[in-house]
Design a protein around this ligand. Structure first.
Ligand code: PLP
Ligand code: COI
Length: 347
C-alpha cells in the first residue's frame, strides 16, 4: 500500500470542542480501485476532493454502500478499534446484495489501521471523543447503462466526533412511509436506504421529532428500528429488542449490548414487538425505558414518542439500564475495563 503524507496537518485549525458531526475530516484518506475484475492494493494520500465522471453509475442508480465505526483513545494514548471484523462482514453482505465486489479483508482492515495510525492525533482522549471512520464503496464506471458496474472505488475517510445528538430526542412511530420492505435492502448499509428516509424524517422534524421509528412495511404494526439506530424497550424488568431481519440493519452496537446486558444479569428478549404493546405498556406504567443504539449515537435514551395524534412522554428514571449499558460499553471501547468478549483491537 502506497502512502503519501500531507506536508502540513490542518489539525491546529480544528475546534474539537464544537464539532458538527461529519463535517470536518482528518488529514488523510484511503482509496482503492476495482478494475478488470480485481481490487488493487490501494493507497493513502492527503484528504481531497475526487474527480468523478458525471455518468458514474452510483450517481444514477445508487450502487453504493458504507460502514460506520470508531477509533477510541485510552488514557495511555493507545488507540483502539471496536469489532472491526464485524464491519467487514457487514460491508461484505451489503456489497453482495448490491451486486458489488466485496473488498479484500486484508485491504479493508489494513486500510483502516494504517489510516488511523497516520491520523491518530485526530483521535482525542476523553470519554465521548472518538474518530468516526467511514469506509464506503461506490460504482464509478462511466456509463449510465442500468446494470451492475464493473468498476468501483473503495474509500475510507475519518471525521472526529463527539455527540451525535445534543438535547432530548423524541421519535415518531411511522404509520405511512416505510424504510425497508421484505426482500429489499433494509439489512444492507445501502446509501439509498438513507436517502429514502430523509423526506419522512423531515416531515417528522417539522412536528418536533428528531427521528422516526420505522414499522414493518406491510402492516405498520411492528417496531423495526430508527433511522440511524436499533432500538431497545424495557418493559418491567425485561429488555426487549426486535429480531433482525431483511428489513433491519444488524447493528454491531445492538449485538454488543445484548451480550453486555446478558452478562450483567439483565433479562433480554429478542422478539417482535408491536406498537400496541408499547402504547399499552406506557399507559399501564410498565414501559420504563426506550433507547436507541448505534456507532454514531452510542446509546441514546428516548425522551418520548409520538403515535398517531398522541405523544407519550417517557419518565426519567434513576439507575437506567441505558446509562448502565452505555457505561459498560464505553469502558470496553476506551480500554477502561477488561474486555471479556475480545472486542477491542489495538491500532
Ligand atoms: N440501524 C441503522 C439504519 C443505522 O444506520 C445504524 C448505524 O450504523 C444502526 C442501526 C446501528 O448499527 P451499528 O451499531 O452497527 O452502528
Ligand atoms: C452509524 O452509526 O455509523 C451510522 O451509520 C449513522 C450515520 C448514518 C450517521
Amino acid at each position: 500500500m502506497k502512502i503519501f503524507k500531507i506536508k502540513k496537518s490542518k489539525i491546529r485549525n480544528i475546534d474539537f470542542e464544537n464539532l458538527d458531526f461529519g463535517s470536518v475530516f482528518s488529514d488523510h484518506m484511503f482509496s482503492c480501485s476495482y478494475v478488470d475484475g480485481k481490487w488493487n492494493n490501494g493507497m493513502i494520500e492527503p484528504y481531497k476532493p475526487i474527480l468523478i465522471d458525471p455518468s458514474a453509475r452510483s450517481l444514477h442508480y445508487g450502487q453504493a454502500c458504507f460502514e460506520g465505526m470508531k477509533a477510541y483513545k485510552d488514557k495511555n494514548g493507545k488507540t483502539w478499534l471496536f469489532r472491526p471484523l464485524e464491519n467487514y462482514k457487514r460491508i461484505s453482505k451489503s456489497c453482495e446484495r448490491l451486486a458489488m465486489p466485496v473488498p479484500n479483508k486484508e485491504i479493508f482492515i489494513e486500510g483502516i489501521r494504517k489510516l488511523v495510525e497516520l491520523d491518530k492525533d485526530w483521535v482525542k482522549p476523553g470519554l465521548g471523543n472518538s474518530l468516526y471512520i467511514r469506509p464506503f464503496i461506490f460504482a464509478d464506471q462511466p456509463s449510465i447503462n442500468a446494470n451492475e458496474a464493473n468498476q468501483y472505488k473503495f474509500m475510507i475517510i475519518c471525521t472526529p466526533a463527539k455527540l451525535y445528538y445534543s438535547g432530548k430526542v423524541k421519535v415518531k412511530i411511522e404509520k405511512s412511509y416505510s424504510r425497508a420492505a421484505k426482500g429489499g435492502v433494509g439489512y444492507a448499509k445501502a446509501a439509498g436506504n438513507y436517502a429514502a428516509q430523509f423526506y419522512p424524517t423531515m416531515l417528522a422534524r417539522d412536528r418536533g421529532f428528531q427521528q422516526i421509528i420505522w414499522t414493518d412495511s406491510s402492516s405498520h404494526e411492528y417496531i423495526e428500528e430508527a433511522g440511524t439506530m436499533n432500538l431497545f424497550f424495557r418493559i418491567d424488568d425485561t429488555l426487549i429488542t426486535p429480531p433482525t431481519s431483511d428489513s433491519i440493519l444488524d447493528g454491531i452496537t445492538r449485538k454488543s449490548l445484548i451480550e453486555i446486558a446478558k452478562n450483567s444479569g439483565i433479562k433480554v428478549k429478542i422478539r417482535p414487538l408491536s406498537v400496541k404493546e408499547i402504547v399499552n405498556a406506557h399507559s399501564s406504567g410498565n414501559l420504563k425505558e426506550i433507547f436507541g443504539c448505534g456507532t454514531a449515537v452510542v446509546v441514546l435514551p428516548i425522551a418520548g414518542f409520538g403515535h398517531e395524534d398522541n405523544y407519550y412522554e417517557m419518565k426519567e428514571i434513576k439507575n437506567s439500564w441505558s446509562a448502565t449499558l452505555k457505561k459498560k460499553l464505553n469502558e470496553i471501547q476506551y480500554n477502561i475495563s477488561k474486555d471479556p468478549f475480545n472486542w477491542r483491537v489495538e491500532v
